[in-house]
Structures are given as C-alpha cells and as structure tokens.
Write a protein of this length. Structure first.
Length: 268
C-alpha cells in the first residue's frame, strides 16, 4: 500500500521547444537536453533514515580537479552536496548529516568518525571526474594550473567497494545499483568506463564500477557508502548543465527515488 504521491513532472524546456518543429530533442550534454522526474511514492510506514552527504575533497591540499570552466572540484562538490542535502531534507524522510559545510575542511578520517557518531544509515559522496585524453583547448588558468577542456566522455558513474564482507557488500551494491538506475532513467548518461582503466571494474549494472583503488570512504564505512562521479568536469557543456538548477533538481529527485527504493527493500 502506498501512502503518498510525491513528485511527477518533466524538466524539459527542449521538449516544449521541439514540439511541432520536427527537430530532435537535444542530447545530453547539449543545452536543453530533457531530464525526467519519476513518479515517487513512499510506502506506508517508511520510517526516517540517516543520510551522510559528503562533498568530496576540500581538505588540506586536496582540492580535486580543475574543470573546464576553471571551477575547482572542491567548490563544485560543496555546492552540489549542499544542494542535494537541502533537497533531500525538505522531504522529511531523512535526517541529513553533511560531512563538510561552509569553510570547514575536515580530514577524511574525521569525516569517518563523524559518520560513525551520526548513526547515519548510508553515505553518499559527490565528485566530478576529469577524464578525456583528447584535450580540446585550454579555457583559462588558476594560478599555474590550466583549465583543460575536452569534448569527449560526458556522463556519470557510481563507485562502490565490494571488499567489505558479504552482507555489507550486498547492501553497498544494492544502493549503488538503485542510484545508477534512477539517474539513468532521469536522463543522465551513464559513463561506459572507456577511459577508466583497471582500477575501475565494471559491475553488471550499467554505470556502476567496483573501486580497485581502495578508496577510504568506500572501504572503511560500516554502513553502505557510494561515490557519485556526477559528470566530466572537463566537458564544457556538461559543466554548464551542472550549473543549472533543473539539473540539480532532477539529480536530487533521482537520488531520492533510489533511496526510497533501497530503504524499502532493506525493510522487507
Ligand atoms: Zn574527486
């Protein structure tokens, strides 16, 4: 039995623009590429769960990549994670704990201690990739570092560790697969891993990769944890899409849907 209907609409200026014109919809990451908002339903007695949201990087000299638009990854992740946290929190379904906010720059071990203290049920960490061997141009610089751009390899991926023991790995993979499925259905292209190399092993679910770098935030938490590589920061169009509120809205709705599906399964 379903308690309430949450959300159902489509963020697609392009669909409206395209109606009657015969023009094909733009394809991600082109401007106006449609994103879809699923119908989300919350099962009766769903409960309230803790979600630990981590903005990747932002500690010591660990600032992450420098994207095509000269945005440092640590700044992008802080903004995107805060946005996701706010959009999840407003549903009232989750207690949201943010690992990094404002000017605080906690170390990764400190984030893990915070996670353990918080009693959160899952961890979601956001990043962006900087991939693409065919670097098309340099768009500027920050200090000595050039802001590189590429026109290949857009898309997102979900990273997870499968080295935590049977029960934890099953929960990690379930969370990762729900998130990748939901984001794919929302219209975000799932990266095929073509340039990832041996440290990213493809899972059976499209867009999910098993981490072979031994990343602390995937390996150490005692609750299921995933990293979402939201986009390729070197792709100027994709970087621009991620500055649009509708992209962040569709992203948050997809993650929300995945969390509802995951916790519904966990309870049954
Ligand atoms: Zn990163």
């Amino acid at each position: 039995m379903w308690l309430s209907l949450l959300l159902a609409c489509t963020s697609a200026p392009s669909i409206l623009q395209g109606l009657g014109s015969g023009a094909p919809d733009p394809r991600w990451p082109e401007a106006g590429a449609p994103l879809h908002h699923p119908v989300l339903e919350v099962p009766e007695g769903f409960g309230r769960y803790g979600v630990f949201v981590v903005a990747g990087h932002g500690t010591g000299s660990n600032v992450g990549n420098l994207g095509c638009r000269c945005i440092q990854e640590e700044h992008f992740t802080l903004e995107a994670a805060s946005d996701l946290a706010a959009r999840l929190e407003i549903t009232g379904l989750f207690e949201i704990i943010e690992a990094r906010s404002d000017t605080a720059r906690p170390s990764y071990p400190a984030r893990l201690r915070h996670l353990a203290r918080s009693g959160a049920d899952v961890l979601i960490e956001l990043h962006s990739d900087a991939r693409g061997a065919r670097v098309a141009e340099a768009s500027g610089s920050v200090g000595d570092e050039i802001c590189r751009c590429t026109d290949v390899d857009p898309g997102l991926s979900v990273l997870v560790s499968d080295e935590g023991g049977e029960a934890l790995d099953a929960a990690r993979l379930a969370l990762a697969r729900h998130v990748a499925d939901a984001l794919g259905r929302a219209g975000f292209p799932l990266y095929d891993g073509g340039r990832y190399g041996a440290q990213y092993e493809r899972d059976t679910t499209e867009g999910v990769f098993l981490d072979r770098r031994g990343l602390m935030m995937l390996r150490r938490p005692k609750v299921p944890s995933i990293i979402i590589e939201t986009h390729n920061a070197l792709d100027p169009q994709e970087a621009d899409r991620w500055e649009e509120p509708r992209t962040r809205d569709a992203f948050a709705r997809a993650v929300l849907g995945a969390l509802i599906a995951y916790f519904s399964e966990e309870r049954s």
